[in-house]
Design a protein. Structure first.
Length: 375
């Protein structure tokens, strides 16, 4: 496939520490092989444009769909323009992509926008800056950024014994930003904590086995004063809880909510790619309170790292074929229609036995139990 450097490069989750993000030997080999000949015209999208100028709000996924039938196949796309675009992770608004379809093969090149005042070739410049430098993310970062720390699946029910809010400032029922919460439990000396509501088990849709525990994210809090014990005027020992200030809330916090240390932020890239081996499973749950989900919503999957799931995996979403009666047969047997592909998932967080994925596309409502497979 194709769309060169721009296609499915990296979605940064923090500071771009280097312009040379990891590219596997297999991906580089594929790119070099394709760079020699281009790809067949049959691999292009039916309405692939002859040229396209990248706009500020574009994502690499959006652009790839303009040119390709299978936008996640980024190594081949990069290979089509290997000479001109040496770093597939950086491409910027204002650059023009030209589709060369000579000799029955397709190649991608960088061109000069009309009226730009010259014939010099554009080349991506190596930069090492924050995400806001203008380079394109692979998918809309704002859709998953809130979930990178908020959407958590615990392997066991660790929150059951986690530090807990035992009292509120001035006896308030609910706590908002800036309020004080009093906490008891085993604090590890960290300063920043996340607040969760009691975890609920997530089960495999088919077997009913508990695969993990999902806790509803409430907000964040800062550890401000150590707790302990003291002796009152009567000589009795009494418990003094630790003090926390609520720094942010997704919903109001209250007594009984649990605390967990904020993890180190993951600085990684998300290069969309298909699983190398067969991958199939089901939607275990929908994130939030919805009964069904659609495009740009988050779902949990009943497959994790032990099953070979990786960040960046692109998966096909299937609609279960309905069961009906064959009225043309005198015996009226029940038949099941084939499962039909109707959407696409992008995996962005992977745990031991489960994963979180963004619904990139869904033609029908998505519900727990729906199936997915490799694209």
């Amino acid at each position: 496939m194709f769309l060169g450097a721009a296609l499915v490069p990296a979605l940064f989750t923090g500071t771009a520490q280097s312009a040379d993000y990891p590219i596997s030997a297999q991906q580089r080999g594929t790119a070099k092989a394709v760079a020699q000949n281009g790809v067949p015209l049959s691999e292009l999208a039916p309405n692939a444009p002859d040229s396209y100028t990248i706009k500020p709000r574009d994502t690499l996924w959006d652009i790839s769909k303009l040119f390709l039938k299978s936008p996640w196949r980024w190594p081949e796309l990069w290979g089509m323009n290997l000479d001109q675009i040496r770093n597939p992770h950086l491409i910027y608004p204002g650059q023009m992509l030209l589709l060369d379809k000579t000799g029955g093969r397709a190649r991608l090149r960088l061109g000069q926008p009309v009226g730009d005042g010259g014939n010099d070739k554009l080349s991506p410049r190596v930069r090492s800056t924050e995400l806001g430098d203008g380079s394109l993310p692979s998918i809309p970062f704002h859709l998953i950024e809130p979930f990178l720390n908020e959407a958590i699946i615990f392997q066991g029910n660790e929150l059951q014994s986690a530090p807990r809010i035992v009292a509120t400032q001035e006896g308030r029922v609910l706590l908002g930003r800036g309020d004080t919460a009093y906490v008891r439990g085993d604090l590890v000396g960290a300063r920043d904590y996340r607040i969760f509501r009691e975890a609920t088990p997530l089960k495999d849709p088919t077997t009913g086995e508990v695969l993990g525990y999902e806790a509803r994210y409430v907000g964040a809090a800062e550890y401000t004063r150590q707790g302990g014990t003291r002796v009152d005027a009567a000589g009795k020992s009494e418990i003094v809880p630790a003090s926390f200030v609520i720094t942010s809330v997704r919903q109001e916090a209250g007594v009984g909510d649990k605390l967990a240390v904020v993890p180190v932020r993951e600085f990684t890239n998300y290069a969309p790619h298909a699983p190398q081996a067969a991958m199939a499973g089901q939607i275990a749950s929908l994130y939030g309170d919805a009964l069904t989900a659609g495009q740009n919503q988050i779902v949990s999957l009943n497959r994790g790292s032990v099953d070979g799931m990786e960040r960046g995996h692109v998966l096909a979403l299937l609609r279960d074929g309905v069961r009906t009666v064959d009225k043309t047969d005198p015996l009226r047997p029940t038949i099941k229609l084939p499962d039909e592909r109707h959407g696409m998932l992008f995996v962005f967080r992977v745990f031991d036995r489960m994963s979180y994925a963004l619904i990139l596309l869904a033609e029908n409502p998505v519900k727990p139990g729906d199936h997915f497979t490799q694209p």
